[in-house]
Design a protein around this ligand. Structure first.
Ligand code: PBG
Length: 327
């Protein structure tokens, strides 16, 4: 009887051999915990579009940082929800050295000194119009004027003890400007994680609810975030940001952009993080709640896919859950 010379199913027949021959596996070292903080007194406020994720006040954020440290999660990426009364046209609260983010950094660093703190550099949680920068009378986001503010925002974060500043605004030239500003202010060792390949995406919806920009944002961000038809442009963005001084780069969203993650890591050989964003999180949650998908299995599978594509780190709202499952 004829038989196949090679039977790939042999290495799939039992758990021990599947484990032995597995090519990639995510570990807790790959995780960055995405976290939303708020400036009120209520310890935890649920986010409707992100079941299981809550906005934390500073005290709870410090506790969560401690938990991250205990779980061995390397870093936390923090995003602010500030009181609407503090928002204005220019996002001036972003530069307040006693604002929510600087205070949260100090509290988290005190609670968990071994956990890296990554701060988003962009004005959208602070502006009354919800855009990432300053706008002119037509609503166009002004590049160079915005960059000047982002430099100041990054320095405020570094001064408060942020380990990594992560510009998510997509202005041209901001990485170089921020690097220069940090060096001048003496923050030689503050890392820059550039959201280099950030696409204008439908998957940010729940995040905008989470930081409170959804209701104020009247238009899209297509004049600064990337067009989802493009791949070569992502390579150019990353190459420019590395040239300007970025230490690590990011692809965002995650799952629909695995090809971009793979191209960047293979072609440019730079530490490439991927952001499993709010809309991806919400989609899994929504189907899991209906019993249509097994959440635990889905998130481990997705995390493996990111590793397989070449990601060196994964920013996710599931980090605490994953850290326990990947033990
Ligand atoms: C913008 C910013 C966004 C996210 C973090 N910072 C996207 C946007 O509003 O355009 C999205 C994060 C997520 O969806 O989980 N500065």
């Amino acid at each position: 009887m004829a038989f196949p010379a090679t039977r790939l199913r042999r290495t799939r027949q039992a758990d021990w051999v599947r484990r032995l021959t597995r090519e990639t596996r995510p570990t807790v070292d790959d995780l960055v915990w995405s976290m939303i903080v708020h400036d009120g007194d209520t310890p935890r406020i649920p986010i409707t579009a992100m079941p299981g994720v809550e906005r934390l006040n500073i005290e709870e954020a410090a506790k969560a940082a401690r938990r991250a440290q205990d779980l061995g999660i390397p870093a936390i990426a923090m995003f602010p929800n500030i009181d609407p009364s503090k928002k204005d046209e220019t996002g001036s609260e972003a530069l307040n050295p006693k604002g929510l983010i600087p205070e949260a950094i100090r509290a988290m660093k005190a609670a968990a000194p071994d956990v890296g703190i990554i701060c988003d550099v962009a004005l959208d949680p602070f502006t009354s119009h919800g855009h990432d920068g300053l706008i002119d009378e037509t609503g166009y986001v002004l590049n160079d004027e915005t960059t000047e503010l982002l430099v100041k925002q990054a320095i405020v974060q570094a001064e408060a003890g942020a380990d990594v500043v992560a510009p998510s605004d997509m202005m041209d030239g901001r990485i170089g400007a921020i690097r220069k500003g940090l060096e001048a202010a003496g923050h030689t060792n503050t890392l820059i994680l550039s959201y280099a390949a950030k696409y204008a995406s439908a998957f940010y919806g729940p995040y905008r609810e989470a930081v409170g920009s959804a209701t104020v944002l009247k238009s899209d961000k297509k004049t600064y975030q990337m067009d989802f038809g493009n791949s070569d442009e992502a390579i150019r963005e990353v190459a420019m940001d590395i040239e300007e001084g970025a230490d690590m780069v990011m692809v965002k969203p995650g799952l629909p952009y695995l090809d971009i993650v793979q191209r960047i890591s293979k072609e440019l050989h730079v530490p490439t993080l991927v952001f499993h964003v709010s809309g991806e999180y919400a989609a899994i949650q929504a189907s899991a709640q209906r019993g249509w998908i097994d959440e635990d299995r889905a998130i481990v599978e997705i995390t493996s896919a990111f590793k397989r594509a070449g990601a060196s780190g994964i920013i996710t709202y599931n980090a605490d859950k994953l850290a326990q499952m990947l033990k």
